[in-house]
Design a protein around this ligand. Structure first.
Ligand code: NAP
Length: 248
């Protein structure tokens, strides 16, 4: 058995640690978007494969027997490529995606949207000092807010100079409730924009918003591309892989 883990998430790093401990042969793959990524245990390759065809060829060349797509819930292109490449190369694909935040008690009060355009117009109805925490790649959707006081938090520096009234913070979490309360208060945030990323690293902002009565606009996850077996925890993923190894 040789596993290729498509990563870039805390879950992918936890999976790498678990596979390492279990003595499974594996390699992790990162997109290469972050200059100083948090590296998982074990072997790591960095950079795109060149689409689904490139990934299928990589799988064949490297004797990969199982593909685990542990990329971020919003990395839809990579997840689609994973299923297509698995199909082409004849290897099973496991999708490890952490549950979203919809079951949190405060989720009932959130404003759920399906597109970034809908997110922007919804947020405009709710407040005038937004906190945009949806990631660097989403920022062009908020270009029309150049004359507003906008708080932005991103992992990597921006390639372009932001509008003068924007405050751009570079940080990657995990975040604490106290820290998030302070951040929202200091910047007088009156609407929070987030993806339904799930997980614990970045969820403190949701509790802070609930505590301060700040409305939350949440971008729904892209629909799953059919063809992968889905698991929601690292343990379940390891269990499936070990069962597959035992059955070989
Ligand atoms: P994406 O739009 O789904 O993928 C775009 C392209 O990036 C893919 O076609 C692939 O290039 C390359 N790629 C993505 N993940 C890769 C991986 N793990 N290994 C090798 N190549 C990869 O992806 P994205 O949303 O830009 O996310 C990029 C990375 O950041 C992912 O690894 C994801 O887990 C992580 N991340 C994303 C978010 C988010 O909100 N989207 C948040 C946190 C972390 P080729 O077609 O050339 O193979």
């Amino acid at each position: 058995m040789r596993v290729l883990v498509l990563g870039g998430t805390a879950e992918a790093r936890a999976l790498a640690a678990a596979l390492d401990a279990a003595g499974v042969a594996f390699e992790s793959s990162l997109a290469g978007r972050v200059a100083r990524p948090r590296l998982p245990a074990g072997a790591v390759r960095i950079g795109g494969f060149g689409g689904a065809d490139g990934l299928a060829a990589y799988i064949g060349r490297n004797g990969v027997s199982h593909l685990v797509d542990a990329t971020h819930p919003f990395a839809a292109t990579m997840s689609t490529n994973a299923v297509e490449a698995g199909r082409a190369a004849g290897v099973p694909v496991l999708r490890l995606a952490r549950p979203g935040w919809a079951n949190r008690p405060d989720a009932a009060a959130w404003h759920w949207v399906s597109t970034l355009d809908e997110m922007r117009t919804t947020a405009e109805r709710l407040g005038s000092r937004p906190f945009v925490s949806t990631g660097r790649q989403t920022l062009p959707a908020f270009d029309s807010w150049s004359e507003r006081d906008v708080l932005v938090r991103i992992v990597e520096p921006l390639a372009v100079t932001p509008p003068p009234r924007w405050t751009v913070i570079e940080d990657r979490g995990p975040y604490t409730l106290d820290g998030e309360l302070e951040l929202l208060s200091d910047h007088r945030v009156d609407v929070l924009l987030t993806k339904d990323s799930g997980g614990s690293y970045t969820c403190a902002k949701l509790s802070a918003a609930a505590g301060l009565g700040v409305p939350v606009v949440v971008l729904r996850r892209p629909p799953a591309f059919p063809g992968a077996v889905e698991v929601t925890s690292v343990d379940a993923c390891v269990e499936r892989l070990l069962a597959a190894a035992a059955a070989r």
